[in-house]
Write a protein that binds this ligand. Structure first.
Ligand code: SF4
Length: 385
């Protein structure tokens, strides 16, 4: 089972409480990025090309827990960068688990086996290991050989020690459905508890811009994959049935970017995990002062091809709460993989892309360099004193 009953019950109760309180916008998953530094340099990654001074920054344990408390989401996904490069990440995880929130610790798996002893198995804690396909596919995607072998070795060891382990798999336009299906079979045999699958988002700063999926290709690819995953081959996806149905082109959902708010060393990122168009100092400021209608497919050119879970999973969960019979139908009969697709959102009125990201990086660099300049300026005065 991709999402255990305990987690479904906790998250379901949280969502019902938000609806009863009359809240139309609320977070489901906090995306916590305590650092951008990574020990890989994947071609499809939009996070690793920061200057060294930014890559050297970390959110402290207090900053991480402050974000968790301020946001209140029942699930926290710790990403990066590579979170296992953060020296206090075990403390962060333990403190979030103690708050009875579900923690997904995303990792490329390279340091995982060595660091398993820093963590304790818990129903509230999940290793989420990045694997973009079989050995050749994955090592090609992460631009380094041997990564798949080390990650799967760590997964085996983690399962032996009683941890919950998921994989997160990002697919690009060169994905072959049969090969992806075979990979899901193999990874299921390894004993993973869940599979999170996502189409690659076209990060404007990713080194490889040629392999991102558009929405039509995404829907066809997922239909071709899901068609192969029926009967005895059924896979445990760690995503809602309606989100998977959306990926296969059967739902015309609108993005819910506030469902997965993102906290990084820059602050609370606007509007979502994928786009850095500005930063709020507090979670409240993010929720109240972001022009949410300016984003989403059909509203903004950078969102045109997006079908990523960080934007659309929360939409699917809200739909399931409002229309449980829809979710039940898909859960019982499976995702529809043929027939007409839902109407696509028109892009005619979308506003053009703005390229504002470098400004935030420059601002942060100025903040980091300020104390240095200040202490250099003070030094001669101290000597004179
Ligand atoms: S569609 Fe939503 S999740 Fe996707 S990039 Fe735009 S705002 Fe972010």
């Amino acid at each position: 089972m991709g999402i255990p009953l305990l987690q479904k019950a906790f998250v379901g109760a949280y969502v019902v409480r938000q609806h009863l309180a009359g809240r139309s916008r609320y977070p489901l998953v906090l995306m916590l990025e305590p650092l951008f530094r990574c020990n890989l340099a994947c071609a499809g990654c939009g996070k690793i090309d920061y200057p060294e001074e930014i890559l050297n920054q970390r959110l402290s344990v207090a900053d991480c827990l402050g974000a968790v408390d301020e946001c209140g989401a029942p699930v926290v996904s710790i990403a990066g960068g590579e979170p296992l490069l953060h020296k206090e990440i075990d403390e962060v995880v333990a403190a979030i688990v103690a708050r009875r929130k579900f923690v997904y610790l995303c990792t490329n798996g390279l340091l995982m086996k060595k660091q398993l002893a820093r963590f304790k198995p818990s129903p509230f804690f999940v290793w989420s290991v990045h694997l973009d396909g079989d050995e050749d596919m994955h090592d090609h995607a992460v631009c380094q050989s041997g990564v798949y072998a080390r990650a799967t070795e760590a997964i085996r060891e983690a399962k032996t020690r009683g941890f919950r382990v998921n994989i997160n798999c990002t697919l690009f336009n060169n994905a072959d459905p049969e090969r992806v299906a075979n990979f899901f079979d193999a990874i299921s045999e390894l004993g993973v508890d869940g599979i999170t699958v996502s189409p690659g988002y076209a990060y404007e700063r990713a080194p490889d811009q040629t392999h991102f999926l558009n929405r039509n290709r995404t829907k066809t690819l997922f239909r071709d994959i899901f068609r192969r995953g029926r009967g005895s081959r059924a896979w445990a996806f760690s995503q809602s049935a309606l989100f998977l149905d959306f990926l296969a082109g059967n739902r015309d959902y609108r993005c819910t970017p506030w469902g997965n708010p993102t906290r990084t060393i820059f602050g609370w990122q606007r509007p979502c995990y994928l786009l850095g168009e500005g930063y709020a100092k507090t979670f409240r400021e993010l929720m109240d002062e972001t022009d949410w209608d300016a984003y989403g497919t059909g509203n903004y050119a950078k969102c045109a091809d997006c079908m990523v879970h960080s934007g659309y999973e929360a939409t699917a969960v809200q739909d399931a709460i409002r229309h449980p019979w829809k979710a039940l139908t898909v859960a019982l009969s499976g995702v529809q993989t043929d027939g007409a697709m839902a109407r696509e959102i028109s892009l005619e009125r979308q506003r053009p892309a703005q390229y504002v990201f470098s400004r935030h990086v420059e601002q942060k660099l100025a903040e980091i360099r300020k104390p240095e300049t200040h202490s250099k300026a003070l030094a001669p005065a101290c000597k004179r004193a």
